[in-house]
Design a protein around this ligand. Structure first.
Ligand code: FES
Ligand code: FES
Length: 167
């Protein structure tokens, strides 16, 4: 079957098995290996991409269900010459060790900062006002992205740095 996706502002028509996941389409059919396969079961967040602006685990998405949708991967938010604020902050803060989870962390944090700016509450928010970016808020909001190297404190510091740079 055929599905048309817009990935990082470029339109692609992909021919694929109906069971193909979006993760495999991005990595294997479109040659975008920045999105990582960790668990392939929706548990680690390494495969996080933006789907029409919302963060999703691409290993849980069937390509066939996303005809006409817009996808943004880590390759689409910055380049080595022009890093996004989050990419820059992860480098400056050493927000990684092996780096395998990093693309997913950055894509997830990109959406998370927008969710906070839009006033979306999390499980640990005190009320429904504009959430602050406290450490527990960040830990909760990023809890779907696991890091086997346990670089969590520096990941949160990098996100806090990027949030300040954006405001
Ligand atoms: Fe998708 Fe782990 S590879 S959540
Ligand atoms: Fe190694 Fe996160 S930096 S898994």
């Amino acid at each position: 079957m055929k599905t048309t996706l817009t990935v990082n502002d470029q339109s692609h028509e992909v021919e694929h098995d109906p069971r193909r996941t979006l993760l495999d389409t991005l990595r294997d059919d479109l040659g975008l290996p920045g999105t990582k396969k960790g668990c392939d079961h929706g548990q680690c967040g390494a495969c996080t991409v933006l789907l029409n602006g919302e963060r999703v685990n691409s290993c849980l998405c069937l390509t066939a269900m996303h005809d006409g949708d817009e996808i943004t991967t880590i390759e689409g938010i910055g380049t080595p010459e022009r890093l996004s604020a989050l990419q820059k902050a992860f480098v400056e803060m050493d927000g990684y060790q092996c780096g395998y989870c990093t693309p997913g962390q950055i894509m997830s944090a990109t959406a998370m900062l927008r969710e906070v700016a839009d006033g979306a509450p999390s499980y640990v928010s005190d009320d429904l006002g504009t959430p602050d970016l406290s450490d527990p808020e960040m830990a909760e909001r990023m809890s779907g992205n696991l890091c086997r190297c346990s670089a969590y404190p520096l990941i949160r510091e990098a996100i806090a740095m990027a949030a300040k740079a954006d405001t």
